[in-house]
Design a protein around this ligand. Sequence first.
Ligand SMILES: Nc1ncnc2c1ncn2[C@@H]1O[C@H](COP(=O)(O)OP(=O)(O)OP(=O)(O)O)[C@@H](O)[C@H]1O
Ligand SMILES: [Mg+2]
Length: 672
Amino acid sequence: MEIEIARLGGDVEKGIESSGAYLIWEDVTVVLPKFGGGKGPTKRLLNGLSGYAEPGRIMAIMGPSGSGKSTLLDTLAGRLSANLVMTGNILLNGKKRRLDHGFVAYVTQEDILMGTLTVRETIQYSAQLRLPSNMSKDEVNEIVNNVIIEMGLEDCAHNLIGNWHLRGISGGEKKRLSIALEIITQPQLLFLDEPTSGLDSASAYFVVQVLKNIACGGRTIICSIHQPSSEVFALFDDLFLLSSGETIYFGEAKLAVEFFGDSGFACPTRRNPADHFLRCINSDFDDVTATLIGSRRINDMKESSSSLIYLPTSECRVRLIQNYKYSSHKLRTKARVRQLANIKDIVFKESGGSQASWLTQLCTLIKRSLKNMSRDFGYYWLRIIVYIILSISVGTVFYDVGTGHNAVIARGACGGFISGFMTFMSIGGFPSFIEEMKIFEKERKSGHYGVGVFILSNFISSFPFLVFMSMSSAAITYSLVKFHPGFFHFLYAAIVLLSSITVVESCMMVVACFVPNFTMGLVVGAGILGIMMASAGFFRLMPDLPKVFWRYPISYVNYMAWGLQGAYKNDLIGLEFDPVMPGEQMKKMKGEEIISSVLGFSWFGLGTSMLEVSSLKSLASESKMFAFWVELVTPGLPSVGYLSYVICELLYRAGVLPCAHPKDSGCRFPLS
Ligand SMILES: Nc1ncnc2c1ncn2[C@@H]1O[C@H](COP(=O)(O)OP(=O)(O)OP(=O)(O)O)[C@@H](O)[C@H]1O
Ligand SMILES: [Mg+2]
């Protein structure tokens, strides 16, 4: 055997370029420990696979659904899920390396794109996020133009990608755009998971032809593919055929027909070889055959695949696996893997990740996010319209509330509605958050930018919308209801609303991290806000809240409790209300007394301390009062952003998020 390998090694002692990506994998096994709710046996997803991929060639991983194509691709690209365990060796140019986190390019099966951008804008922003910051604008534009031409996207370069309410580009164009985004940085190693799924044969051919052209430029391309047409199959150089995680065939694609013929499963003339291979190893065909035999339509089948018709696929599979084990293809693979494991000094240009500075990434993300938010009607515009309509409604219901005795309750109810319901409505942005989080997950996995830049850019770009939303709502309600007069009182009310909406936005971002599902996320978000509302001090006065849990600590961490008290104090302190019986000689009720005796806010309780002391001392000085309020409110804004950042980062490190990268999650990756 060794002699045979050595002889074949002589055969393969050919063509090793001085640069490029030579990837080999040896005896790679992936298992799912304790499959079936933690009690079952270990499930083997890939079983001792070996192979190699070389520059200038395109390799197809083929097999029936569930055979392990995506698992193999993820394993090679260093993106294996944290719940799987891998053993074996993966070497790139003779060395173990981390291939995750942007080291190589990976095109996922699902096209995750921002629907509100045009094709050109998408490529442009992606280029700015990743290309070196010192590149001139012209150089970046040239790269963008070249990529658009290379992927044949000139005709749709100015079309929107499209989302649920915008008709956009076709599926094939989306796929080509996804590939375009990965080739901007000219990666030497490119992985693609089913780049042709959902495309018609012409679009699929075009996509694979483009990949072939890219490979011809000295790149190494590995893609999984379901059932290629014969034209598409002819474009592949190498083939890895899998069935239930076992190697059926690995080697040159054009020699596969010969291998199947030698094993007794010759491909009938005029049949697509890819169809024939899958027909031999896909056990679902057993059911098809049984049905056809039952319905006596077997004659049609006999003509097309006589050798297979009475042989169960499980037997075909076993025979093919055994034949491959002892075939010259396997020996040749072994020899080449050995040879490539020992190569040294081959230049590998790292292409993934980002070479742009932190500031460039931040500015690019802000611009992109602003464009997305302003074009997506459901992100902020719809909410702004609803806020304005609601403000007019509240303002007219509580119109000119005055300072009569009943006005105390009316002001309380109106403040409660604004602090409670109008901030609650901000959960309406959740669907758009989910979309944005998907893009963030994908780009973070590819190393385009970090969590900090994302949180900051999102905060900055959403800020103008939030300011507009809260200012317009506060202006309408304040002028119609006629709350405490004075510009600084109005400004304070607007800032309280802004802070509260910002906190709700951040909370929903955090929820989107934990529960990246539209319906479940909305339910969880509404539940959290419901808890906040119940303990805010409106439905049950603050002193009456049960001390354990609700008063301490919930009311202290409840943004709505702070916002509500701020709004009440801003409105009531300094006003006087009519006594219960008009005309009585009773003195008027002061706002300060209502705050402490009716609403039950103690001087040193929640939201009091410095603020109340200061406002009592200098009620006349509104500007000073404003300064104190601002002091109280503003720390909420950065702290919420920071909180979201910390939670996201912790989730990544803990591997809770689906996009946890192996470096942080501690998942077993042999190249680290
Ligand atoms: N993280 C995981 N946890 C548990 N099981 C997994 C995981 N990843 C993959 N599997 C299982 O491994 C098997 C192979 O899955 P994989 O996605 O690689 O198949 P595939 O060949 O890509 O299928 P398809 O053609 O349908 O995409 C499946 O049975 C799948 O359920
Ligand atoms: Mg798959």
